[in-house]
Design a protein around this ligand. Structure first.
Ligand SMILES: C[S@@+](CC[C@H](N)C(=O)[O-])C[C@H]1O[C@@H](n2cnc3c(N)ncnc32)[C@H](O)[C@@H]1O
Ligand code: SF4
Length: 396
């Protein structure tokens, strides 16, 4: 178990980071061939909704013993496909969070949804259960591409689900995957323009990545799947930046675009070093515990059955829980903070005990990888596409 960590010797209730909760729902109707999230088939799920609610409640109570100070500002139901959860289960988890920490009055409550499990009546019930923000996994607005991605919805299904989400929730977003095999920059520009015409205030736009051990990985290794070359992919990234910026949704993070005031507060807080409890199978968390005098990193059991069993036995399913040392805290703060377009204030970093070598900052500014603002740690447009290289040089 963690002991006092030198970096956190000066921790006090007043200096605690904001608190969010990430709740992982690990089930999907079908597993997409590109996805390497912690996902399992819904039809093989064990445990009743009542068992799941009880397990989530118990793990929340354990997390509360480590960080009792609230309120909770944001909750993010991620997956998997959390739109497969019943509104009663979602509402039960939110009530438990409210009882334990208090939910801030303007809390942001996001839930990820798949267009095929988002009929209007279900969305209305999720809204009544407390969800304020829906994030829809659209992936493509082109039927052939959806089929290739193993999705069971059509472009029209996605448009209908997004229109319902816009009507029902104060905030709605969708995800798209681009730089797909055979996709040209012109085709992506058309698809993205059509997507923007739907009037979103937030979009997550990811380049297709081929993850080890997925079916796509095997297809690529067998020569049956070829991604666009680097030049085309770079062109598509540039088009994404310019089309979104002209439509009033500039990138606030590498893959996330929003109109002013519509960024996802939960994700921004975690990139800025906020605490988030990782609840559910495979969830990761970062929690500052005054009692332990440390910032803790948690990773829960991946297997839903093992997670349920461990929660029943120990009151939590965290397979791993350790105190982060000063070097890890520094590295994480910089890696995550540089993802944000606004970067991090050097003053805020120094308040967290993180100092950076002035000569390195100067060199990186001179090379055009950091912006010229001496008060912020902020990657320039070219620095943001070379983030690993930039961080490596910054940290030596
Ligand atoms: C957990 S899923 C969210 C919602 C829901 N499960 C769905 O797919 O409809 C998160 C998002 O990650 C993105 N994603 C997952 N695997 C990816 C990959 N290999 N390359 C690019 N994007 C990926 C997809 O856009 C997906 O919507
Ligand atoms: S992309 Fe979404 S629906 Fe597909 S397997 Fe991953 S989490 Fe499930």
């Amino acid at each position: 178990m963690p002991t006092t960590s030198p970096i956190n010797a000066s921790l006090s209730a007043a200096s605690l980071p904001t608190l969010g909760v990430y709740v992982h729902w690990p089930f999907c109707e079908a597993i997409c061939p590109y996805c390497d999230f912690n996902v399992h088939l819904m039809r093989k799920a064990q445990g009743s909704p009542a068992d799941w609610l009880e397990a989530y409640r118990r793990e929340l109570a354990y997390a509360q013993s480590l960080r009792p100070q609230g309120p909770v500002e944001t909750v993010f139901f991620g997956g998997g496909t959390p739109s497969l959860m019943s509104p009663e289960l979602v509402g039960g988890i939110l009530s438990a969070i409210d009882e334990m920490w208090g939910l801030a009055r303007d809390a942001e409550i996001t839930l990820e949804a798949n267009p095929m499990s988002a009929p209007e009546a279900h969305l209305t019930a999720l809204r009544a259960a407390g969800v304020t923000r829906l994030s829809l996994g659209v992936q493509a607005f082109e039927d052939g591409a959806l089929k290739f991605l193993g999705r069971t919805h059509s472009a029209q299904d996605a448009r209908v689900a997004f229109a319902a989400a816009q009507r029902i929730f104060p905030r709605a977003s969708f995800d798209l995957i681009y730089a797909r095999p055979h996709q040209t920059p012109e085709a992506w520009a058309q698809e993205l323009s059509a997507a923007l015409a739907l009037g979103p205030q937030h979009m997550s736009l990811y380049q297709l990545t081929i993850e080890p051990e997925t079916p796509f990985y095997k297809h690529q290794a067998a020569g049956k799947l070829t991604l666009p070359d680097e030049d085309s992919a770079a062109q598509m990234y540039e088009l994404t930046q310019s089309l979104c910026a002209s439509a009033g949704l500039p990138a606030y993070e590498i893959s996330n675009h929003a109109a002013e005031g519509h960024a996802c507060r939960h994700n921004v807080a975690s990139w800025q070093g906020g605490d988030y409890l990782g609840i559910g199978p495979g969830a990761h968390g970062r929690v500052t515990s005054l009692e332990r005098g440390a910032r803790l990193s948690s990773v829960a059991q991946h297997s839903p059955a093992q997670w349920l069993a461990q929660v029943e036995q120990d009151g939590h399913g965290w397979g791993e829980l350790h105190a982060l040392d000063a070097e890890s805290v520094k590295m994480e703060a910089i890696l995550l903070g540089l993802r944000l377009a606004e970067g991090l204030s050097l003053e805020a970093l120094s308040a967290r005990g993180i100092a950076l070598a002035e000569t390195r900052l100067r060199d990186l500014r001179a090379d055009g990888l950091l912006t010229q603002d001496p008060t912020r740690l902020q990657a320039s447009a070219s620095g943001r596409v070379l983030l690993d290289y930039l961080t490596g040089r910054l940290l030596g």
